[in-house]
Design a protein around this ligand. Structure first.
Ligand code: FE2
Length: 421
């Protein structure tokens, strides 16, 4: 069974570099119906529907649902009018990731430094502070690729991230989703059992954890020829550095290819691979994403870290999560490939039960530092855009390069089924 760990936040002080990232504050999704999407992510992936900000809390323009698991915080946002930016974006792109927000010591200073470094402020992204009797949350937002943004978040008083991680209120105008007022502002419609649907799913998920701990990495797809532009952006604006890069010889099949460079924050808090399509005989999976995303760059997948891949995948499969299916022949070769690599570098062989790995359809890869287990969901919405990866690292800090070929062949089968190859 998994040991419980979560990525530690970074120690900071007033003298810390303004662009020192303390944590991934949250990942915001723009969705068509946050109330319903909250149940999808809770039911399928085991998230707590923890807090909500909506008409009942004085949020007149949008609804926001805070979903939590381990050190993962998702905010699902839906506009309440046709003109709201979230509504306009959902009409264009469908559901997907809008914002990868970072906790920093001082959001205003981080924003100013990023802008000095060449960032463009997002529309309405200038620093602003929401304050009430419990504390204050300051946010400031810059643009990154496509329609995506990064918000710097600094927190004070009761809104400190340490408190939020213990279940404290996320920001002004949020309330617990399963506490008083969960059903109606007047509190007069509690069902006879006293169990609201949110309380029921949260209780079930507390008793049946999926073991997801934090965001390991987050991959962006950009247009052909633009990868190096965005690599330079992350280097100069956010002072990230290049962690790894792969070219189309690494990541290609007979038909499709891509190139990828992995950018990492200074403290390796977050890694952000950036993909661009490479020419192949057939359409690259990155190009398929762009085609269904208004030819606009965006987040292709979020990799969620677990300490126990077998437990997490079994739990997610039992909940109905649809994963990519690999040809069974994958397992004819994988153990020799991976265990040879591991023993040649003096590491233990893969300790997970090999037959259980095969039955659960999990991918395995190794490098000179160790191995990893990973598996990819099918798209999380009707459009073939955003998906999740569930990853467990046993020493390896890479991204499953040895699986790319097998994975891409599986992806191409799916593309073909969608008529997009
Ligand atoms: Fe990944």
């Amino acid at each position: 069974m998994a040991t419980i760990t979560s990525k530690p936040a970074v120690e900071v002080s007033a003298t810390t570099d303004p662009l020192q990232l303390i944590d991934v504050d949250h990942v915001r999704f723009h969705v068509g119906n946050a109330k319903q999407a909250a149940f999808f992510y809770a039911h399928c992936f085991g998230f707590q529907i923890e807090q909500v900000s909506d008409l009942t809390t004085g949020s007149r323009d949008a609804s926001h649902y805070l979903l939590t698991q381990g050190n993962i915080r998702f905010v699902l946002t839906s506009g309440l009018s046709a003109e709201h930016p979230a509504s306009l974006e959902v009409a264009m792109y469908g559901d997907g990731v809008k914002d990868v927000a970072f906790t920093v010591f001082d959001a205003e200073k981080a924003f100013e430094k990023a802008v000095r470094n060449g960032a463009t402020p997002a529309p309405g992204g200038e620093p602003r502070t929401l304050r009430d009797e419990h504390g204050a949350v300051t946010t400031a937002t810059i643009r990154t690729y496509g329609r995506c943004v990064h918000t710097f978040v600094s927190r004070a008083g009761g809104y400190d991230l340490v408190n939020v991680k213990k279940g404290g209120v996320f920001a002004p105008r949020f309330r617990r989703a399963d506490g008083p007022g969960a059903c109606a502002p007047a509190g007069g419609c509690a069902p006879p059992s006293g169990i609201t649907p949110v309380l029921a799913v949260n209780e079930h998920n507390r008793k049946n954890p999926c073991g997801l701990k934090y965001v390991d990495h987050l991959v962006g797809n950009v247009e052909m020829g633009r990868m190096n532009h965005w690599v330079a952006f992350y280097e100069s604006v956010l002072e990230f550095s290049m962690f790894k890069h792969f070219d189309d010889k690494d990541i290609s099949t007979d038909y499709s290819a891509l190139m990828s460079k992995v950018m990492a924050s200074g403290n390796n808090l977050i890694k952000m691979p950036i993909n661009e399509p490479a020419p192949g005989k057939r359409k690259s999976q990155v190009q398929e994403y762009l085609d269904w995303h208004c030819n606009t760059p965006g987040v292709q997948h979020l990799a969620l870290r677990t300490d126990d891949e077998l437990h997490s995948i079994a739990a997610l499969r039992a909940r109905g999560v649809d994963f990519l299916t690999l040809p069974d022949a994958y397992y004819d070769r994988v153990w020799e490939r991976v265990n040879t690599m591991l023993t040649s570098h003096g590491h233990e062989a893969v300790r997970e039960d090999h037959e259980a790995v095969r039955k659960l359809g999990i991918l395995v890869d190794a490098d000179d530092e160790g191995y990893l287990l990973q598996l990819f969901t099918k798209p999380l919405q009707d459009r073939p855009t955003l998906f999740f990866e569930i990853i467990c690292r046993r020493g390896s800090q890479s991204f499953g390069k040895g699986n790319f070929k097998a994975l891409f062949e599986a992806l191409e089968l799916e593309q073909e089924r969608r008529g997009n190859l």
